[in-house]
Write a protein that binds this ligand. Sequence first.
Ligand SMILES: [Cu+2]
Length: 287
Amino acid sequence: MPDLYGEAMRFLTAIALTWMTAAAGAFATPGQPTDGNLGFQPAVTPIMERINEFHNLLLWIIIPITIFVMGLLLWVMIRYNRKANPTPSKNSHNTLLEVVWTAVPILILVVIAVFSFPLLYFQDEIPEADFTIKATGYQWYWGYEYPDQDVPEYISTMVAEEDLAEGQLRNLSVDYPLVVPVGATVRLQVTAADVIHNWAMPAFGTKMDAIPGRINEAWFQVNEEGTYYGQCSELCGIRHAFMPIEVHAVSQDVFDAWVAAGPGSDEANAVIAEYSAARETRLAQLD
Ligand SMILES: [Cu+2]
């Protein structure tokens, strides 16, 4: 007879090792999906940091509950099956037990609420913002406008797979990205011109519906330089998967130069490309 247990353990060990190897390099690039990664992308805004903390708290609540319920199920299956317990008890009430299994879940929900409501308000209440960006969803691309900098709307479209340049990401890179200064508090106004879209950026913890005829508000403050990618997250038609979002968080000087160069132009892109190349060199020297 084949050693089934040994086979199973070898198989599980192989899976675990493969995953661990993949996950070891998984934190290398923030702001984009990574093969084999577990959990969220690294947080780069205060909102996402809090979402992470809340998520971890929920894990510590849900893991014991799952283990407890699993234990109860096993106990019932083994102790009270037909063979082990031929004459079942006729009891149908146990007041103490019923009070406990009503009160304990309520207490758990209260604990969750105590931590989740402050986070909801933190996301919802826009702090004093340094400037505003208006994002408009179209079928199937984004339009961005910086009213405070007098930047008129420019269009941001996905780079097709055959046109990808070195370092660009398939289905995530765009021709004219969004640019923000690192540390600035940005008020994001989101709307749409045709159907409902959704401006979603995992590393920021932002996910805001873009609804025709309405303006929704969100805010973010990116505290780390870098390039961050997101996607439309509301089914909006045949090219829903191909209207990604690309945000560059840069220094204030570079942001000013980008604004001066006229966002949505190749000159403005050149400012960002030069900055990113210099940053890559700086990071390489640090290694
Ligand atoms: Cu969309």
